[in-house]
Design a protein around this ligand. Structure first.
Ligand SMILES: O=c1ccn([C@@H]2O[C@H](COP(=O)(O)O)[C@@H](O)[C@H]2O)c(=O)[nH]1
Length: 245
């Protein structure tokens, strides 16, 4: 395993979108030894809960807990405190919850860290516009005027002003986010589709190689790996494409 492989595998976040821990564990077995990040989202967390997250940490994985909190500041603060106690490496809120709510998330993190100094500070990021949102939907259905890019950049700047580490956005916007917020500001980008793969419900997509070229800090990949006939080969192919970017 060379250095570039390890770096790129560490920037691949595999979305464990499964209905139970057994199915998620079966994928882990297939991907064993690949030093990628694992993402636990609503489907798996609501079924398998904190125990599965702790299990992933015990197995040595970096974990992104993708629960996209969006609530009043006091509730988000409490949620962030509990999530930080789980020892995850990254979690998120919705930027649409506003600056006070995002700042409250950071207060929750601090509270947990103060009560248990053995914990590490997780990256706290905010969702800008979901990658399943296209231009038409944004303007006509959701009622937000302007381009998707404008909305994403506005949320990214608000997120940075609140003191968070970065955002979730499409890889199509990574370069513009870096230009607006600096290259240290983390971009976590789902909607990744290797050439020729099914787009599904994703509207703003990019290939793994183009996402890395556009400056994404991390790429999030679910179905192109989990639904592949040979998930390990699919993951290795994605890492290879990232390495070549
Ligand atoms: O804007 C967003 C935010 C989160 N996601 C999550 O990423 C994965 C993508 O899965 P695919 O199967 O590769 O489409 C999934 O867990 C989403 O909940 C996102 O897609 N877009």
């Amino acid at each position: 395993m060379n250095e570039r492989y390890t770096e790129m595998a560490g920037r691949l976040i595999v979305a464990l979108d499964y209905p139970d821990a057994d199915q998620a564990s079966a994928l882990l077995q297939q991907l064993e030894g690949i030093p990628c990040y694992m993402k636990v989202g609503m489907q798996l967390y609501y079924a398998a809960g904190p125990a599965f997250v702790r299990d992933l940490k015990t197995r040595g994985y970096k974990v992104f807990l993708d629960l996209k909190m969006h609530d009043i500041p006091n509730t988000v603060k409490g949620g962030a405190e509990s999530i930080t106690r789980l020892g995850v490496d990254m979690f998120n809120v919705h930027a649409a919850g506003g600056k006070d709510m995002m700042e409250a998330a950071l207060q929750g993190v601090d509270k947990a860290l103060q009560s248990d100094p053995s914990l590490s500070k997780p990256l706290v990021i905010a969702v800008t516009q979901l990658t399943s949102t296209g231009q038409e939907m944004l303007n006509r259905e959701i009622g937000i005027p302007g381009t998707v890019k404008d909305a994403v950049i506005r949320y990214a700047k608000l997120t940075q002003a609140a003191g968070l580490d970065g955002v979730v956005a499409s890889a199509q916007e990574s370069g513009d986010i870096a230009a607006a917020c600096g290259s240290e500001f983390v971009t976590v980008t789902p909607g990744i589709r290797p050439a020729g793969s099914d787009q599904g419900d994703q509207k703003r997509v990019l290939t793994p190689g183009n996402a890395i070229r556009n400056g994404s800090s991390y790429i999030v990949v679910g179905r192109p790996i989990t639904m592949a006939e040979k998930p390990r080969e699919a993951a290795e192919q994605i890492i290879k494409e990232m390495m070549g970017a």
